[in-house]
Ligand binder design. Structure first.
Ligand SMILES: Cc1cc2nc3c(=O)[nH]c(=O)nc-3n(C[C@H](O)[C@H](O)[C@H](O)COP(=O)(O)OP(=O)(O)OC[C@H]3O[C@@H](n4cnc5c(N)ncnc54)[C@H](O)[C@@H]3O)c2cc1C
Ligand SMILES: *[C@@H]1O[C@H](CO)[C@@H](O)[C@H](O)[C@H]1NC(C)=O
Ligand SMILES: *[C@@H]1O[C@H](CO)[C@@H](O)[C@H](O)[C@H]1NC(C)=O
Ligand SMILES: *[C@@H]1O[C@H](CO)[C@@H](O)[C@H](O)[C@H]1NC(C)=O
Ligand SMILES: *[C@@H]1O[C@H](CO)[C@@H](O)[C@H](O)[C@H]1NC(C)=O
Length: 496
């Protein structure tokens, strides 16, 4: 009897907790894109909206965690593209502590010890400029894309040794999150061009954020313009499980049984989340849209943090290890004790490695102890057997995380501009899509999340005024004219 009444009581509790909400716009996800959308709606005079976020904090992939005596960034870490980039403007506004990142401030190691990789790196740097030219030429002439590998070869870059491969990894994979084989040349060029040339004088650069308030602070501060303390419109700790939609509106279902009835929804979920069916769509997303979603890539970029009792490594910002056996194996290391970063030899001496793609998946499947042993084996090859064991290890498992399913998107060879338009196309002018992956120019970057969020919010605002912009999509994509749409939309007009 007792047992039964407890059961009844808990059933009742669940039923009593489930709520129905009614609102005009529901923003799904409280990352940078969602925050940008909320700011844009607010600036347009719209206050009848809600935001649903699974985590207990806003910021999404702008995310930090305590490690040693500081907060380290698990996700985004650089302001990439300076000048008028809105992310750079926010960093300045909130006085975010940053250091200019210099990828040439690097030393190179292989099994023989330190070597001079400068000439190789400089050749690759020059060849990469040719790759960008190849991409831009193809874009302008509406020619079919080639992979990064093909354009690197065309540019005269033919890696043969582990040292060449390590330089290439440091140059390419460490930026795009995937190797040149997987990547589009045309859109790598678009992405690079817009990121480093479209934000006015001084835009060509990367600032590394090392601020104990966290990179996310600038976005959380901005969100306070929208959400007051305990704002009823903000549902934190609330996971979306299902989205029902038709031409009249949207019903969003949450894990705890809540329902949110809205006229419009904005999905800011990562393309990884959309690919993994972590959220159910009813009706199922149409095939023309799924083709665009499945064809895009959610790369995984994993920072593996180690803290040591003292610094035994080089003073440069970066260290590259040329592994004799495997390309991409613990190639890229970062020193948080470099000049302009943290003071030396306190109890915080952080040296961390980054892995991507298959190696990320492999590391995610291992225990911290196993991963630590692998990193230490490489460090001993570089710095000898007398180095101390780390006092701490930590790394995020982005790919296995159902709220992200990876780190950031990369434009793969094979995805045309029309596929991408389909991926982000709205449904019935009721469900809209934003987030970093939905940006043609700035996919992968924070500004991609920021711009697409504002754009989607302004599209929704226009729909509310019965002036819906027509959403471009292609039920059939004809290979013959693969980039016609990008040309039609005047995407090239801003190029000299
Ligand atoms: C390791 C790493 C390194 C990076 N480095 C850089 C960098 O140096 N510079 C740079 O510019 N960019 C970098 N990025 C990319 C940058 O972080 C992203 O582009 C940006 O944060 C994406 O914002 P978003 O709003 O599009 O997506 P998200 O931040 O993913 O926002 C989506 C939100 O939806 C929530 N969500 C997901 N599923 C559900 C659900 N079912 N119910 C409710 N909520 C849900 C998530 O919790 C999340 O908060 C990096 C990212 C990572 C992970
Ligand atoms: C910005 O930070 C620096 C260093 O922490 C500090 O000296 C300066 O006063 C700050 N400026 C503003 C405007 O907060
Ligand atoms: C390390 O790199 C240098 C410079 O490229 C090269 O001469 C040397 O043979 C390499 N060592 C090994 C073990 O391959
Ligand atoms: C840090 O401390 C170690 C051990 O005391 C010492 O060997 C090393 O030179 C110090 N490094 C720096 C950069 O001060
Ligand atoms: C909302 O975003 C759009 C697209 O970026 C922009 O043109 C518009 O000015 C923004 N609206 C407001 C009120 O800030």
């Amino acid at each position: 009897m007792v047992r039964k009444s407890i059961l009844l009581a808990s059933c009742f509790l669940v039923a009593a907790q489930a709520k129905d909400y009614h609102t005009k716009v529901v923003i799904l996800g409280g990352g940078v894109s969602g925050i940008s959308a909320a700011l844009n709606l607010t600036a347009s005079g719209i206050s009848d909206f809600m935001m649903v976020e699974a985590r207990d904090i806003l910021g999404g992939r702008a995310q930090n965690a305590p490690f040693a005596d500081i907060n380290v960034e698990l996700g985004c870490n650089w302001v990439q593209g300076l000048g008028t980039n809105p992310i750079n403007q926010l960093a300045l506004k909130y006085n975010l502590s940053t250091t200019f990142s210099d990828s040439a401030d690097v030393v190179w190691y292989n099994e023989s010890g330190k070597y001079d990789g400068t000439a190789t790196y400089n050749k690759l740097d020059a060849d990469f400029t040719k790759v960008l030219d190849i991409g831009m030429e193809k874009l302008k002439s509406n020619l079919v894309d080639v992979s990064g590998r093909v354009s690197l070869d065309l540019a005269g870059w033919h890696p043969k040794t582990p040292e060449d491969e390590a330089a290439e990894y440091y140059f390419w994979d460490w930026e795009f999150g995937e190797d040149p084989e997987a990547s589009s040349t045309v859109f790598a060029a678009v992405n690079d061009y817009w990121t480093y040339n479209s934000f006015g004088p001084g835009s060509d650069g990367n600032n590394y954020v090392l601020d104990n308030r966290g990179f996310s602070r600038i976005f959380i501060e901005e969100s306070k313009k929208v959400f007051k303390q305990n704002d009823k419109r903000l549902l934190l700790g609330t996971t979306v499980t299902k989205i029902e939609y038709n031409n009249k509106g949207v019903t969003v279902h949450t894990k705890n049984g809540d329902r949110i009835y809205a006229e419009y929804a904005l999905s800011t979920f990562s393309v990884g989340v959309l690919q993994h069916k972590d959220v159910e769509w009813s009706p199922a997303l149409p095939d023309w849209k799924l083709e665009g979603i499945y064809g895009f890539h959610m790369a995984t970029y994993t920072k593996i943090f180690l803290n040591f009792p003292y610094q035994f490594w080089d003073d440069t910002q970066f260290v590259v290890w040329a592994d004799p056996d495997r390309r991409g194996y613990l190639n890229a290391w970062q020193n948080l004790n470099a000049p302009g970063y943290l003071p030396k030899n306190t109890s915080t001496n952080i040296f961390f490695a980054t892995v991507t793609q298959d190696l990320s998946y492999e590391m995610e499947a291992k225990t911290n102890e196993e991963v630590q042993a692998e990193l230490m084996a490489v460090l001993r090859k570089m710095y000898g057997n007398d180095i101390p064991e780390p006092t701490e290890i930590m790394f995020p498992r982005w790919h296995n995380n159902p709220l992200f399913r990876g780190s950031y998107s990369n434009w793969p060879i094979g995805e045309s501009d029309e596929h991408h338009a389909n991926m982000k196309a709205s449904l019935h002018n009721r469900v809209f899509f934003s987030g970093e992956a939905m940006s043609e120019e700035y996919y992968g970057f924070l500004q991609g999340a920021w711009f697409t969020g504002a754009k989607a919010a302004s599209d929704i605002t226009r729909c509310m005024k019965h002036k819906c912009p027509s959403s471009e999509y292609y039920p059939e994509i004809k290979n013959a004219d693969i980039k016609a749409s990008i040309v039609r939309r005047g995407f090239l007009d801003t190029l000299q």
